[in-house]
Design a protein around this ligand. Structure first.
Ligand code: NAD
Length: 466
């Protein structure tokens, strides 16, 4: 893979600092123009981007359109449309101002954090690098983007294209793997936005701590999909289809993929039947022959998933086949039933098209709470009472009813994790806010000086009684 020599990192970092200090990235017109350039870059190179991502993991073109290219253009355009509003000063509402502070012009002003580092993962290499970049540009920051070396075709394309569209004195791509990222983490950034696994998230947070650098960490988790025992047969059909869809997107290599299903015993058999039917309807000639089904990113993930299927004590009710071929690493959509909490499948995030099913539970919520907090908890139910119970008794970045995966298109709400699934949030305005410092602004009129007589020495009893 084409890389930028490590010996140049200091120079690039200094250049970006210089640009930031020159205030070049501050004017809103500049930011809007750069944001428009991101959208043009994607629109003018649609085929090249889809092809590069396809070469990296055989991601179907439609999945790239819906979850990578479309959202990047959409987020850039929305940032342009909303920038004046997002960046506007926020005066404190009158009824929140302490009477003593009346007339002090209390407001929050939005300032960019500075020169930031964005580190992306391989599974959605485009939206997870350019999405944060859009937030950084909107906020007025300068940025280095480090795409994942595990998706090298995309990384090289971005390295080639980005400088042709945006101001390279403010925004730079650095490709590479552990040596490069380690060298980058040695530098002092004003903020780091990292998306990837928890182990590396912790490395990033430790490196950031050296300079007390704020971070957003977007990590992974096991997202449960709970089915309410009161669900009607018609609703169950839709629920299972939506779970199967979320599980097969990018062959399950999605941070919010439904990791496992919690299914009441009474509908367990029906669930299995419907899951098989849904997979058959998505891939009528089998997933292996389908161009609507991605491959596993590399051999080590392929081996990890194949081993897990081999180790489970549950029953393979559907799929289970894996094949390493010239065109990539294939794992069949797989359903495994009668899985227990101590099963190999229930230890870490699966990141695979494998769905373990848990039944025989008195209490779905207590089971879910034996695992670390997820990015999303899914519940399929039409009962307000069940929705309230799941919301109140579980913890996760988002709680999603009657859908899986589709919440990634809800740019209006914050998306992020807690505990081992990370901290900070992103999506539209929330990404902008992550790269923005909310600075308190206070202007105490000199004309109010008579009010302050009591505070100056020599102190008087009248002042002490104030
Ligand atoms: P990855 O292997 O591409 O790593 C991510 C980034 O970390 C890469 O840029 C890589 O160069 C860098 N990296 C790797 N080793 C490093 C090291 N030792 N020190 C510093 N940096 C290093 O991707 P991944 O981690 O396999 O991505 C998958 C994970 O990301 C899953 O857990 C998934 O759930 C999570 N994820 C989370 C979100 C979210 O928004 N929360 C989105 C996508 C993926």
């Amino acid at each position: 893979m084409k890389t930028v020599p490590i010996t140049l990192f200091n120079k690039i970092h200094d250049e970006l600092k210089k640009t930031f200090n020159s205030r070049k990235t501050m004017p809103l017109e500049y930011r809007k123009q750069q944001l428009a350039q991101i959208a043009y870059m994607v629109q003018e190179n649609t085929e090249a981007f889809k092809k590069a991502i396809h070469q990296d993991m055989l991601k179907p073109y439609l999945e790239s359109t819906l979850a990578e290219l479309g959202p990047v253009v959409g987020q850039a355009v929305r940032a342009i449309q909303n920038l004046d509003k997002w960046t506007a000063d926020e005066p404190l509402p009158d009824d929140e101002v302490d009477p003593f502070h009346k007339g002090w012009d209390l407001k929050t002003v939005k300032v960019p954090r500075g020169v930031v580092l964005i580190v992306g993962p391989w599974n959605y290499p485009m939206i997870l690098t350019l999405g944060p970049l859009i937030g950084a540009i909107a906020a007025g920051c300068c940025a280095v983007i480090k795409p994942s070396e595990v998706a090298p075709h995309f990384a090289e394309l971005l390295l080639d294209l980005l400088p042709k569209y945006v101001d390279d004195s403010a925004y730079r791509v650095i490709t590479g793997s552990v040596p490069e990222i380690t060298a980058l983490l040695d530098l002092q950034w004003d903020m780091i936005f990292y998306t990837g696994n928890e182990r590396v998230g912790s490395i990033v947070a430790k490196a950031a701590a050296k300079y007390v650098t704020p971070c957003t960490l977007e990590l992974g988790s096991k997202c449960p999909a709970i089915i309410d025992d009161k669900i009607s047969p018609e609703d169950l059909k839709i629920a299972v289809r939506r779970i199967a869809w979320g599980k097969t997107q990018n062959a399950g290599q999605v941070c919010v993929s439904p990791d496992y299903a919690v299914v009441p015993k009474t509908i367990h058999n029906e669930f299995i039947k419907l899951y098989k039917a849904a997979i058959e309807s998505f891939f009528p000639d089998g997933a292996e022959k389908s161009d609507s089904y991605a491959r596993i990113i590399n051999e080590s993930h392929f081996k990890r998933i194949s081993d897990l299927i081999g180790k489970t004590k549950g029953d393979v009710a559907l799929g289970g086949k894996s094949a390493a071929k010239d065109d990539g690493f294939f794992i069949e959509p797989t359903l495994i039933t009668d899985v227990k909490r101590d099963d190999a499948l229930m230890q870490d995030e699966l990141f695979a098209p494998v769905l373990p099913v848990i039944t025989d539970l008195d209490e779905a919520i207590s089971f879910v709470n034996t695992l670390p907090s997820a990015l999303s908890v899914y519940l399929f139910s039409t009962s307000d009472e069940s929705k309230k119970k799941v919301t109140q008794h579980t913890r996760s970045g988002q709680v999603v009813f009657n859908e899986t995966y589709g919440q990634l298109g809800v740019y209006e709400l914050p998306f992020g994790g807690l505990g081992s699934s990370g901290y900070g949030s992103q999506m539209g305005r929330h990404t902008f806010e992550g790269f923005t410092l909310k600075r308190g602004s206070i202007d105490v009129p000199l004309g109010l000086e008579p009010m302050f007589g009591f505070r100056y020495p020599p102190y008087t009893q009248q002042g002490a009684d104030f």
